[in-house]
Design a protein around this ligand. Structure first.
Ligand code: MN
Ligand code: MN
Length: 324
Protein backbone atom coordinates (compact mmCIF):
# COMPACT_ATOMS: atom_id res chain seq x y z
CA UNK A 1 0.00 0.00 0.00
CA UNK A 2 1.38 3.42 -0.89
CA UNK A 3 1.55 6.28 1.52
CA UNK A 4 -1.11 8.08 -0.44
CA UNK A 5 -3.52 5.21 -0.09
CA UNK A 6 -2.88 5.17 3.63
CA UNK A 7 -3.78 8.83 3.87
CA UNK A 8 -6.88 8.31 1.79
CA UNK A 9 -8.04 5.43 3.99
CA UNK A 10 -7.51 7.49 7.10
CA UNK A 11 -9.58 10.37 5.79
CA UNK A 12 -12.32 7.95 4.64
CA UNK A 13 -12.42 6.46 8.10
CA UNK A 14 -12.74 9.89 9.65
CA UNK A 15 -15.61 10.67 7.32
CA UNK A 16 -17.37 7.47 8.29
CA UNK A 17 -16.98 8.40 11.94
CA UNK A 18 -18.28 11.89 11.28
CA UNK A 19 -21.28 10.53 9.40
CA UNK A 20 -22.01 8.14 12.25
CA UNK A 21 -21.82 10.96 14.77
CA UNK A 22 -24.10 13.12 12.65
CA UNK A 23 -26.63 10.29 12.46
CA UNK A 24 -26.45 9.68 16.19
CA UNK A 25 -27.02 13.37 16.85
CA UNK A 26 -30.00 13.40 14.49
CA UNK A 27 -31.46 10.31 16.16
CA UNK A 28 -30.97 11.87 19.59
CA UNK A 29 -32.75 15.09 18.62
CA UNK A 30 -35.59 13.22 16.89
CA UNK A 31 -36.08 10.96 19.91
CA UNK A 32 -36.00 13.86 22.38
CA UNK A 33 -38.43 15.86 20.26
CA UNK A 34 -40.81 12.91 20.11
CA UNK A 35 -40.54 12.28 23.86
CA UNK A 36 -41.25 15.98 24.46
CA UNK A 37 -44.30 16.00 22.17
CA UNK A 38 -45.71 12.96 23.96
CA UNK A 39 -45.15 14.65 27.34
CA UNK A 40 -47.04 17.74 26.09
CA UNK A 41 -49.94 15.60 24.84
CA UNK A 42 -50.11 13.66 28.08
CA UNK A 43 -50.23 16.85 30.15
CA UNK A 44 -53.12 18.16 28.05
CA UNK A 45 -54.94 14.85 28.42
CA UNK A 46 -54.64 14.54 32.20
CA UNK A 47 -55.20 18.17 33.27
CA UNK A 48 -59.03 17.94 33.19
CA UNK A 49 -58.86 14.74 35.30
CA UNK A 50 -57.17 16.53 38.21
CA UNK A 51 -60.16 17.39 40.39
CA UNK A 52 -61.25 17.28 44.00
CA UNK A 53 -62.33 13.67 44.51
CA UNK A 54 -59.92 12.22 41.91
CA UNK A 55 -58.25 9.06 43.15
CA UNK A 56 -54.49 9.52 42.81
CA UNK A 57 -53.87 5.91 41.74
CA UNK A 58 -56.32 6.33 38.85
CA UNK A 59 -54.72 9.62 37.83
CA UNK A 60 -51.26 8.03 37.85
CA UNK A 61 -52.35 4.91 35.97
CA UNK A 62 -54.22 6.94 33.35
CA UNK A 63 -51.14 9.11 32.85
CA UNK A 64 -48.80 6.14 32.50
CA UNK A 65 -51.25 4.40 30.16
CA UNK A 66 -51.45 7.48 27.93
CA UNK A 67 -47.64 7.68 27.67
CA UNK A 68 -47.54 4.14 26.29
CA UNK A 69 -50.56 4.70 24.03
CA UNK A 70 -48.73 7.62 22.40
CA UNK A 71 -45.63 5.50 21.81
CA UNK A 72 -43.46 6.58 24.71
CA UNK A 73 -41.70 4.72 27.48
CA UNK A 74 -41.84 5.56 31.18
CA UNK A 75 -38.72 7.49 32.18
CA UNK A 76 -39.86 7.17 35.82
CA UNK A 77 -43.10 6.49 37.67
CA UNK A 78 -45.58 9.36 37.50
CA UNK A 79 -45.22 11.38 40.72
CA UNK A 80 -48.22 13.07 42.32
CA UNK A 81 -46.97 14.96 45.35
CA UNK A 82 -49.52 16.83 47.43
CA UNK A 83 -49.13 19.83 49.81
CA UNK A 84 -45.96 19.50 51.95
CA UNK A 85 -44.89 16.42 50.02
CA UNK A 86 -42.34 17.89 47.59
CA UNK A 87 -41.38 14.92 45.43
CA UNK A 88 -41.16 11.15 44.86
CA UNK A 89 -44.65 10.09 45.82
CA UNK A 90 -46.20 7.54 43.51
CA UNK A 91 -48.97 5.14 44.46
CA UNK A 92 -47.69 2.16 46.50
CA UNK A 93 -48.11 -1.46 45.49
CA UNK A 94 -50.89 -1.72 48.09
CA UNK A 95 -53.53 0.88 47.29
CA UNK A 96 -53.58 3.60 49.96
CA UNK A 97 -56.80 5.21 48.65
CA UNK A 98 -55.20 8.64 48.42
CA UNK A 99 -57.67 11.13 46.93
CA UNK A 100 -57.39 14.81 45.99
CA UNK A 101 -59.16 17.02 48.54
CA UNK A 102 -60.36 20.61 48.77
CA UNK A 103 -57.41 22.75 49.91
CA UNK A 104 -54.76 20.55 48.23
CA UNK A 105 -51.85 21.77 46.14
CA UNK A 106 -51.09 18.97 43.68
CA UNK A 107 -47.86 18.52 41.74
CA UNK A 108 -47.74 16.15 38.77
CA UNK A 109 -44.29 15.17 37.54
CA UNK A 110 -43.94 12.88 34.53
CA UNK A 111 -41.15 11.53 32.37
CA UNK A 112 -41.24 10.11 28.85
CA UNK A 113 -38.40 8.38 27.05
CA UNK A 114 -37.79 7.19 23.52
CA UNK A 115 -34.99 4.62 23.46
CA UNK A 116 -33.48 6.17 26.60
CA UNK A 117 -33.79 9.79 25.47
CA UNK A 118 -35.72 11.40 28.30
CA UNK A 119 -37.90 14.44 28.84
CA UNK A 120 -38.97 15.38 32.37
CA UNK A 121 -41.77 17.85 33.08
CA UNK A 122 -44.00 18.91 35.96
CA UNK A 123 -46.81 21.31 36.81
CA UNK A 124 -48.99 22.20 39.79
CA UNK A 125 -52.73 22.51 40.26
CA UNK A 126 -54.15 24.28 43.32
CA UNK A 127 -57.44 23.61 45.06
CA UNK A 128 -56.57 26.05 47.82
CA UNK A 129 -57.91 29.59 47.63
CA UNK A 130 -56.07 30.91 50.68
CA UNK A 131 -54.79 34.41 49.95
CA UNK A 132 -51.20 33.59 50.98
CA UNK A 133 -51.01 30.79 48.40
CA UNK A 134 -52.52 32.55 45.41
CA UNK A 135 -49.15 33.23 43.73
CA UNK A 136 -47.27 30.06 44.63
CA UNK A 137 -47.71 28.41 41.23
CA UNK A 138 -47.07 31.65 39.38
CA UNK A 139 -43.82 32.05 41.34
CA UNK A 140 -42.52 28.74 39.97
CA UNK A 141 -43.69 29.53 36.44
CA UNK A 142 -42.12 33.00 36.35
CA UNK A 143 -38.84 31.65 37.73
CA UNK A 144 -38.88 28.77 35.23
CA UNK A 145 -39.44 31.15 32.32
CA UNK A 146 -36.67 33.50 33.45
CA UNK A 147 -34.14 30.74 34.12
CA UNK A 148 -34.94 29.04 30.82
CA UNK A 149 -34.32 32.25 28.87
CA UNK A 150 -30.77 32.38 30.29
CA UNK A 151 -29.89 28.88 29.12
CA UNK A 152 -27.12 28.77 26.50
CA UNK A 153 -23.69 27.23 25.97
CA UNK A 154 -20.97 28.26 28.48
CA UNK A 155 -23.32 29.77 31.06
CA UNK A 156 -22.84 28.59 34.66
CA UNK A 157 -26.05 27.09 36.05
CA UNK A 158 -25.48 28.97 39.31
CA UNK A 159 -26.37 32.17 37.47
CA UNK A 160 -29.75 30.60 36.70
CA UNK A 161 -29.95 29.50 40.34
CA UNK A 162 -29.39 33.06 41.53
CA UNK A 163 -32.20 34.25 39.25
CA UNK A 164 -34.53 31.49 40.51
CA UNK A 165 -33.79 32.37 44.13
CA UNK A 166 -34.42 36.10 43.54
CA UNK A 167 -37.75 35.47 41.84
CA UNK A 168 -39.08 32.88 44.29
CA UNK A 169 -38.08 35.04 47.27
CA UNK A 170 -39.59 38.08 45.52
CA UNK A 171 -42.89 36.21 45.66
CA UNK A 172 -42.29 35.65 49.41
CA UNK A 173 -41.67 31.91 49.10
CA UNK A 174 -38.51 29.85 49.46
CA UNK A 175 -36.79 27.67 46.87
CA UNK A 176 -35.94 24.18 48.16
CA UNK A 177 -32.21 23.84 48.62
CA UNK A 178 -31.98 20.06 48.18
CA UNK A 179 -33.99 20.04 44.95
CA UNK A 180 -33.57 21.69 41.60
CA UNK A 181 -32.81 21.27 37.96
CA UNK A 182 -30.42 18.75 36.50
CA UNK A 183 -28.77 17.52 33.37
CA UNK A 184 -30.47 14.55 31.71
CA UNK A 185 -28.36 11.92 29.99
CA UNK A 186 -29.41 8.91 27.96
CA UNK A 187 -31.03 6.34 30.31
CA UNK A 188 -30.16 8.65 33.24
CA UNK A 189 -32.77 11.06 34.60
CA UNK A 190 -30.37 12.83 36.96
CA UNK A 191 -27.19 13.49 35.01
CA UNK A 192 -23.88 14.81 36.32
CA UNK A 193 -24.55 18.55 36.06
CA UNK A 194 -26.82 20.33 38.51
CA UNK A 195 -28.97 23.42 38.34
CA UNK A 196 -29.23 24.74 41.91
CA UNK A 197 -32.10 26.86 43.19
CA UNK A 198 -29.91 29.12 45.27
CA UNK A 199 -27.22 31.55 44.16
CA UNK A 200 -24.74 30.36 46.79
CA UNK A 201 -24.76 26.76 45.59
CA UNK A 202 -22.13 25.57 43.13
CA UNK A 203 -23.07 25.31 39.46
CA UNK A 204 -21.96 23.60 36.27
CA UNK A 205 -21.30 24.89 32.77
CA UNK A 206 -23.98 24.20 30.15
CA UNK A 207 -22.73 22.98 26.79
CA UNK A 208 -24.33 22.70 23.35
CA UNK A 209 -26.12 19.40 22.82
CA UNK A 210 -26.77 18.80 26.51
CA UNK A 211 -30.26 18.28 27.87
CA UNK A 212 -31.41 19.98 31.08
CA UNK A 213 -34.52 19.83 33.22
CA UNK A 214 -35.19 23.34 34.48
CA UNK A 215 -36.99 22.49 37.69
CA UNK A 216 -38.36 24.98 40.19
CA UNK A 217 -39.85 24.54 43.65
CA UNK A 218 -41.51 27.21 45.79
CA UNK A 219 -42.27 26.50 49.45
CA UNK A 220 -44.18 28.29 52.19
CA UNK A 221 -41.72 26.69 54.61
CA UNK A 222 -37.99 27.11 55.13
CA UNK A 223 -37.16 25.53 51.79
CA UNK A 224 -35.72 22.27 52.99
CA UNK A 225 -36.95 18.70 52.59
CA UNK A 226 -36.36 15.53 54.57
CA UNK A 227 -36.71 11.85 53.74
CA UNK A 228 -39.99 10.45 55.03
CA UNK A 229 -40.05 6.78 56.00
CA UNK A 230 -42.02 6.00 52.83
CA UNK A 231 -40.54 4.83 49.54
CA UNK A 232 -42.35 3.55 46.47
CA UNK A 233 -39.72 4.27 43.83
CA UNK A 234 -36.47 2.35 43.27
CA UNK A 235 -33.58 2.45 40.85
CA UNK A 236 -30.77 0.11 39.85
CA UNK A 237 -27.42 0.98 41.40
CA UNK A 238 -25.16 0.97 38.33
CA UNK A 239 -21.99 0.70 40.46
CA UNK A 240 -22.93 -2.45 42.35
CA UNK A 241 -21.17 -5.56 41.13
CA UNK A 242 -22.47 -9.10 41.43
CA UNK A 243 -24.04 -9.80 44.78
CA UNK A 244 -25.28 -13.03 46.32
CA UNK A 245 -29.08 -13.23 46.29
CA UNK A 246 -30.83 -15.78 48.45
CA UNK A 247 -34.38 -15.40 47.18
CA UNK A 248 -35.47 -16.62 43.79
CA UNK A 249 -37.83 -13.66 43.44
CA UNK A 250 -34.95 -11.22 44.02
CA UNK A 251 -33.05 -12.76 41.10
CA UNK A 252 -36.13 -12.68 38.90
CA UNK A 253 -36.89 -9.08 39.82
CA UNK A 254 -33.29 -8.08 39.09
CA UNK A 255 -33.54 -9.69 35.65
CA UNK A 256 -36.81 -7.90 35.01
CA UNK A 257 -35.29 -4.53 36.02
CA UNK A 258 -32.23 -5.02 33.81
CA UNK A 259 -34.42 -5.90 30.86
CA UNK A 260 -37.24 -3.38 31.25
CA UNK A 261 -36.08 -0.33 33.23
CA UNK A 262 -32.28 -0.44 33.00
CA UNK A 263 -30.99 2.57 34.97
CA UNK A 264 -34.37 4.35 35.02
CA UNK A 265 -36.38 4.65 38.25
CA UNK A 266 -39.33 2.27 38.60
CA UNK A 267 -42.32 1.80 40.92
CA UNK A 268 -42.85 -1.19 43.20
CA UNK A 269 -46.41 -0.97 41.82
CA UNK A 270 -45.14 -1.84 38.32
CA UNK A 271 -43.72 -5.13 39.54
CA UNK A 272 -47.08 -6.34 40.83
CA UNK A 273 -48.15 -7.14 37.26
CA UNK A 274 -45.30 -9.59 36.68
CA UNK A 275 -44.67 -10.91 40.19
CA UNK A 276 -47.70 -11.96 42.15
CA UNK A 277 -45.85 -12.79 45.34
CA UNK A 278 -42.80 -11.65 47.18
CA UNK A 279 -42.20 -8.31 45.44
CA UNK A 280 -41.55 -6.48 48.70
CA UNK A 281 -39.24 -9.22 50.06
CA UNK A 282 -37.39 -9.28 46.76
CA UNK A 283 -36.96 -5.52 46.70
CA UNK A 284 -35.87 -5.57 50.32
CA UNK A 285 -33.09 -8.07 49.61
CA UNK A 286 -31.94 -6.13 46.54
CA UNK A 287 -31.79 -2.92 48.61
CA UNK A 288 -29.94 -4.67 51.46
CA UNK A 289 -27.37 -5.99 48.99
CA UNK A 290 -26.91 -2.51 47.51
CA UNK A 291 -28.13 -3.67 44.11
CA UNK A 292 -30.92 -1.12 43.97
CA UNK A 293 -31.37 2.23 45.67
CA UNK A 294 -34.47 3.72 47.23
CA UNK A 295 -36.04 7.10 46.53
CA UNK A 296 -37.78 8.16 49.72
CA UNK A 297 -40.80 10.43 49.55
CA UNK A 298 -39.42 13.93 50.22
CA UNK A 299 -41.38 16.35 52.39
CA UNK A 300 -41.30 19.88 53.76
CA UNK A 301 -42.56 20.34 57.34
CA UNK A 302 -46.19 19.45 58.03
CA UNK A 303 -48.63 22.21 57.24
CA UNK A 304 -46.41 23.81 54.58
CA UNK A 305 -47.17 23.90 50.86
CA UNK A 306 -44.87 23.28 47.90
CA UNK A 307 -45.47 24.09 44.22
CA UNK A 308 -43.32 22.85 41.30
CA UNK A 309 -42.85 23.66 37.61
CA UNK A 310 -40.46 21.84 35.30
CA UNK A 311 -39.57 21.76 31.60
CA UNK A 312 -36.86 19.98 29.63
CA UNK A 313 -34.68 21.91 27.21
CA UNK A 314 -31.91 21.08 24.74
CA UNK A 315 -28.96 23.49 24.70
CA UNK A 316 -28.41 24.67 21.14
CA UNK A 317 -25.61 26.64 19.48
CA UNK A 318 -27.13 30.00 20.41
CA UNK A 319 -29.56 29.21 23.22
CA UNK A 320 -32.02 26.42 23.80
CA UNK A 321 -34.91 24.49 22.34
CA UNK A 322 -37.83 23.70 24.62
CA UNK A 323 -38.79 20.04 24.38
CA UNK A 324 -41.78 19.69 26.71
MN1 MN B 1 -39.56 15.80 37.16
MN1 MN C 1 -36.49 16.55 37.20
Amino acid sequence: MTENNNLKNQSDKKNDKEVEEEEEKKYKIESLTKAGKIAQEVKKYIKPQIQVGTKVLNLIENTEKKIVELGGGWAFPVNVSINNIAAHYTSPIKDDDLTIKEGDIVKIDLGVHIDGYITDTAFTVSFNDEKSLENIIQATEVALEAAKMMAKPKINTKELGKKIEDIIKGFKFNPIKELGGHQIERWTVHGKKQLPELGVQGGDIMEEGEVFAIEIFASTGEGTVHNTKYSYIYELNPYAGRVPLRRKTSKQILGHINKNYKTLPFAERWLAKDFRMGVMFGLQELVQQGKIQVHYVLAEQKGEFVAQSEQTILITEDGFKQLT
